[in-house]
Design a binder for this molecule. Sequence first.
Ligand SMILES: C[S@@+](CC[C@H](N)C(=O)[O-])C[C@H]1O[C@@H](n2cnc3c(N)ncnc32)[C@H](O)[C@@H]1O
Length: 217
Amino acid sequence: MDDCCGRGQARYDDVFDDRFAADLARRYRRRGLTRPERRIAERLESDGVAGRSVLEVGGGIGAIQLELLRRGASSTTNLELSGAYEARARALLAEEGFVGRARRLIGVDIATDGAHVPTADHVVLHRVVCCYPNAGALLTASATHARRTVVFSHPPDTWLRRALVNTVNLAMRLRGREYRGYVHSPDAMYEALRVAGFTLEDVVRVGPWRIASARRA
Ligand SMILES: C[S@@+](CC[C@H](N)C(=O)[O-])C[C@H]1O[C@@H](n2cnc3c(N)ncnc32)[C@H](O)[C@@H]1O
């Protein structure tokens, strides 16, 4: 894998580890989708999900994909840089009978190594651009793989959020970890989609997240 910035996959495995995956799976089993996840699923359903394919970048345990498969998506592909989610994600897919419609790829970074990633009708990135140094490249590559829609969440660019991310990054550095969080310029991210041929349709606030939806022009 061409790694633009450091040790690549190991950086994500360190932080998005088995414990992180277990917490997500436990929460999902108890309470279902979070509010932002539900909003993303509903937004895609309003654009047409039945019979359509979905590519999720950094989809973790695949909660949004499970919901979209339930709503009739023909297939899902999940790209992850951490391998920690796989056992739990596969168990959830098996419980719902979706194994044959779901594909999971580990260690493929669409921004640097996307040539063999299949295109899809819809591309989703939830809580991912804030974990990746080059959000413009990630969104450009995501848009290139989307036939209809790109929906992604990002944190607001506020001083409070920057202070929080700086604090987390300091803690990471002190613990010798290479992972860093980012607060990217929302306008620059929307512009990356526009240049890739997409029209930004809406940005809604759901809790601490902004969820942006763009459609191929
Ligand atoms: C905060 S977690 C969110 C996981 C999931 N989307 C959720 O909301 O539960 C961010 C995830 O993005 C993944 N990630 C970051 N950059 C990525 C990339 N370029 N390709 C695939 N996964 C990526 C990380 O490995 C990590 O699992």
